[in-house]
Design a protein around this ligand. Sequence first.
Ligand code: NAD
Length: 356
Amino acid sequence: MPLKLIDETTPDGHERLLFAEDEASGLRAYICIHSTAYGPAAGGCRMWNYASKDDARHDVLRLANGMTSKNAMAGLSLGGGKSVIIGDAAKDKSEGLFRAFGEAVHSLAGSYYTAEDVGISPADMAIVARETPYAVGLEGGDHGSGDPSPFTAEGVFQCMKAGIEELTGNSDLSNQRVLVQGLGHVGMSLAEKLHAAGARLLVSDINEAALGRARVHLDAEVCPVDAVFETEMDIFAPCALGGVLTRETAQKLTAKLVCGAANNQLATAEIAEVLRARDIQYLPDYVVNAGGIISVAGEIHKAGPKYREERLAGVALRVREVLAHSLQSGKTTTMVADEMVEGILSRAIVNQKGAA
Ligand code: NAD
């Protein structure tokens, strides 16, 4: 049986939603293109053990939408898209599965570029790339950008320094107590940078080995997973899961700044107002964590390191702009950032119409 590709109806604002199914390899995946107003859509592929096909559909729609905002704010000529493979990344990977996924990506003829996200490694992406040139985040070659995580961490670190400078007039992190939640690909790299910068490091993870490494090599103090919101800190860096800031945790959080890599840190949009009312400055996740997609964009455009460095520096500049405007206007940082994205996208649409 060949690969089955089914176009599903999309909610308003999303351009395309494709369900790919391959009986031989067991592939069941969604690819969503939210917008190509600013260029071909780009966004990673996530492999996750979703409880249902509906859960996967909901996630891909939400994540693809988020990529449009992220790419626009990062100043990339790329639209927003995302893909999700339904399955257990520890058990269900196979060459056939990734080749079938590559075929599905290729069927979109370059309107969507895929790369690594949660559960997907550069080795997996290398298999996808045998079927399509629209797979990036590859290791080696002239323009291969490899694992995007170190660049995401660098962007978060630069934003943290910019954020603290906006608040205190000094970007020095050496007196700041920073809690990194999640010591995975991004969180550990961020923790290393914070340690080198002399920050007082607190770390929290469910992975004992990662905690051990941070304790031994980075002089980190371990915070139990269920004590994060009871702990004194200056800066909170969520680098594990989304939805960690709820009405309850936002009321308890002791930090003055939130700056981390996790996508969708606010459980619901109104949490931004809870934080603002408590004088906690939240640096919007999709602005802060763009380093990875910037690295991937360099590969798509076959650009040199200068392309990446300039855009990475731009992330911290954008964060300063968002924070300064929020402090001055009393609007939440998410409201300010969302308005900036709307402005960028509406200009792109006008330019597209003008060119047509
Ligand atoms: P990862 O899977 O490598 O790391 C996640 C870490 O969080 C793991 O160490 C895990 O043990 C830990 N964790 C899980 N549950 C936890 C809990 N309850 N409390 C504390 N720690 C917990 O993922 P990653 O690539 O480092 O990404 C981290 C986050 O950043 C994700 O939300 C991801 O979507 C987002 N993000 C990553 C990138 C990137 O370049 N990797 C880019 C943008 C956004």
